[in-house]
Design a protein around this ligand. Structure first.
Ligand code: IDP
Ligand code: MG
Length: 140
């Protein structure tokens, strides 16, 4: 077991439905600890840069519009194998394909409005954490 940090976003569909606590409960029950958290409203520039890897995908413009449609909660999560553990509790991108008990199966609205983002590798986690947090904002 290796203690890792990963990056999570509670997306606008979840904050709009007052599910910040419900999402966080599932993260915590999965063994992840919230070591940094803040509620922000992304700018279009921030959302476009954050999702830059998807710039050529047909859903990119809709995704950016969705991500700036309301507040989000950005978090740093810590735990054993936190990157994989978070991806497990998130569930599949499309909630229709997600396993029972996962955040996306239980809470998400659609393949786009799927309630959470989670880093897909330790390297991307470090980049994404640094995009939103300074080291003094992370208290393990
Ligand atoms: P992930 O969030 O499970 O890692 P990615 O493939 O990285 O999935 O896609 C990033 C985000 O883009 C998804 O979480 C979802 O909000 C959105 N997205 C992905 N595929 C589609 C699609 O086919 N239609 C609409 N939105 C999509
Ligand atoms: Mg992804």
């Amino acid at each position: 077991m290796t203690t890792e940090r990963t990056f999570s976003i509670i997306k606008p569909d979840a904050t709009r439905r007052n599910l910040t606590g419900a999402v966080t409960k599932l993260l915590e029950e999965a063994g992840l600890r919230v070591v940094a958290s803040k509620r922000i409203h992304l700018t279009r520039d921030q959302a476009e840069e954050f999702y830059g890897v998807h710039r050529e995908r047909p859903f990119f413009n809709d995704l950016v519009s969705f991500m700036i449609s309301g507040p989000v909660v950005v978090q740093v999560l810590e735990g054993d194998n936190a990157v994989a553990k978070n991806r497990d509790v998130m569930g599949a991108t499309n909630p229709a394909n997600a396993d029972a008990g996962t955040i996306r199966k239980e809470l998400a609205e659609s393949i786009e409005a799927n309630s959470v983002h989670g880093s897909d590798s330790l390297e991307n986690a470090a980049t994404e954490i640094a995009f939103f947090f300074t080291s003094d904002e992370i208290v393990g």
